[in-house]
Design a binder for this molecule. Sequence first.
Ligand SMILES: [Zn+2]
Length: 149
Amino acid sequence: MSVLPILIGADHPMLRKKTKPVAKVTKEILKLLKDMQETVKDADGAGIAAPQIGRTERICLALISGKMIPLINPKITAKSKEQETAEEGCLSLPGIAVSIPRSVEITLKYMDAKGKPQERKLRDFDARVVQHEVDHLEGVLIVDYAQNI
Ligand SMILES: [Zn+2]
C-alpha cells in the first residue's frame, strides 16, 4: 500500500474530468482502493475520490457511520427536498471552506469491494460526505457552489 499525492487546485484538469464506470472489481481496483484508503487516512479526510489522485475510475471512499467505505460506481438515486447548509472543505483545496446546501437524506446505489450491488439510505453527515465525493466523480468542486451565491 502507498500514500498517493493528492492533486491540488480548482483548475487542475484531472479534477475537472468526468470519471468512467468500473466494469469489474479487479486486483488493480482492489489495490487502488487500498491506496486510496491509506491516502485519505494519512490526510485525515472524510472521503476521497479517484480524480483527486489522478485516476479516472468512478470510485470514491466516504466516511459512513464512522467507517471509510469504498464506493464503486456510486449513484445517488434519490435526494430529499429538505436541505441543510454547512461548511465543507476539500483535500484538493486546502484552506478553502464553502457553505453548501445539501440534501439531508439520500438513497445511494453502488458496488462494494466484492463486486456486489448495494443500496442504502444515508442521512446528515454521511449523506453530505457522499454528495461531496460523488460531485468529484462528475468534475464538480466545492468552489463551484460559491460562484452560485
Ligand atoms: Zn473534496
